[in-house]
Design a protein around this ligand. Structure first.
Ligand code: F6P
Length: 358
């Protein structure tokens, strides 16, 4: 058996642990493994396809990033091609991709990615490719699995930032607004905000009002607590609009961000308190995966190999505690996973006095 592995979309801490586990468990079955570099680029002649051996995955389980590299602008069904006038058109390069996979003797593909990459995997499966998916997202926004690797590391990074902001905000009697990732789902903001003891948490799933946020800050002020930490998910709309930061590259989704600064300015204008903002950005995606993420990633890698052995084509591995089970990728793609406002974590936050601005 000859299988291939690819990583697509934004990186997440734990990708290398998945690759390591998938390669070691495949070799254990006597299979050969290839690594496709940069999403599907390696199968389009735009990057390499490399052999993955015990040696290639030695000592990588604790490392962030992905040894296979990744991209979020190489959808082979909508591949951007520059025209002589500088504009871009999109073409379907999947016939070429399938031919190259066949010529390399690839019998099955383990593709590790978020909702975008899993949607591509599903389409390739429908075109005849024998695909098994592994869900990846720091945002925790893939349905069908209780969580994915990368989320715990991102929450830990954001919580560390909130801890550090507490001491400086308190020393200066300032309000600090921290923007964390999460374009459609507020899980990172919610979990890091509760774990880090933020005072206000703003997420896309709960409609908020700036005056409620200011009232909460001034209520604290009145009690002698002159500082406040506000954690906001990047996808939270301000004045009905989700902010963008900078220009996207061709074939890439719009870059979301900038809401923290708009909120900080509004709080300062309404309360007269000094407000600062910061965007935590890609720090949340970098660094070593936590123990939880390494373990989950390793379990996913081993389970993906087993799914290949059991011919679970068009399935992805999912955590359904205490088991890792294969589920149809289409099931996971049916809906985007978002925070349930009646969930216990939200209720716990409210019980301990955290405001959601609603
Ligand atoms: O999809 C995960 C995510 O972390 C989003 O929260 C964020 O908007 C996006 O990736 C940023 O991706 P990049 O800046 O790498 O294109």
């Amino acid at each position: 058996m000859r299988i291939a592995i690819s990583t697509g979309g934004g990186d997440a801490p734990g990708l290398n642990a998945v690759i390591r586990a998938a390669v070691l468990s495949a070799i254990d079955r006597g299979w050969h493994v290839l690594g496709i570099k940069r999403g599907y680029m390696g199968l389009l002649g735009e990057d390499e396809v490399i052999p993955l051996t015990r040696d290639s995955v030695r000592g990588i389980g604790h490392l962030g990033g992905t040894i296979l590299r990744t991209t979020n602008r190489g959808n082979p069904f909508h591949y951007p091609v520059k025209q002589p006038d500088g504009s871009f058109i999109e073409i379907d390069r999947t016939d070429e991709l399938m031919d190259n996979a066949r010529n390399l003797g690839i019998e099955a593909l383990i593709t590790i990615g978020g909702d975008g990459s899993l949607a591509i995997a599903q389409q390739l499966f429908e075109k005849g490719m024998r695909v098994v998916g592994v869900p990846k997202t720091i945002d925790n926004d893939v349905s069908g699995t209780i969580t994915t690797f990368g989320f715990d590391t991102a929450v830990t990074t954001a919580m560390d930032a909130i801890d550090k902001l507490h001491t400086t905000a308190e020393s200066h009697d300032r309000v600090i607004v921290l923007e964390v990732m999460g374009r459609d789902s507020g899980f990172i903001a919610l979990h890091s905000g509760v774990a880090g003891a933020a005072h206000v948490i703003l997420i896309p799933e709960i409609k908020w009002d700036i005056q409620n946020v200011c009232d909460h800050i001034m209520m604290r002020d009145g009690l002698g607590k002159k500082f406040a930490i506000v954690v906001v998910a990047e996808g939270v709309p301000f004045d009905g609009e989700v902010g963008t930061m900078g220009e996207s590259m061709p074939g890439q989704a719009k870059r979301v961000g900038g809401v923290a600064e708009r909120i900080a300015r509004a709080i300062q204008a309404r309360t007269g308190k000094e407000c600062r903002s910061l965007v935590l950005g890609h720090l949340q995606r970098g660094g070593m995966p936590t123990g939880y993420d390494r373990l989950l990633a390793t379990r996913f890698g081993g389970a993906a190999t087993e799914a290949v052995a059991n011919a679970k084509w068009g399935h992805m591995v999912a955590l359904q505690t205490p088991h890792i089970v294969p589920i149809p990728i289409v099931e996971a793609l049916k809906e985007h996973r978002v925070v349930d406002p009646s969930h216990d974590v939200v209720r716990t936050a409210r019980r301990i006095g955290i405001s959601f601005g609603d």
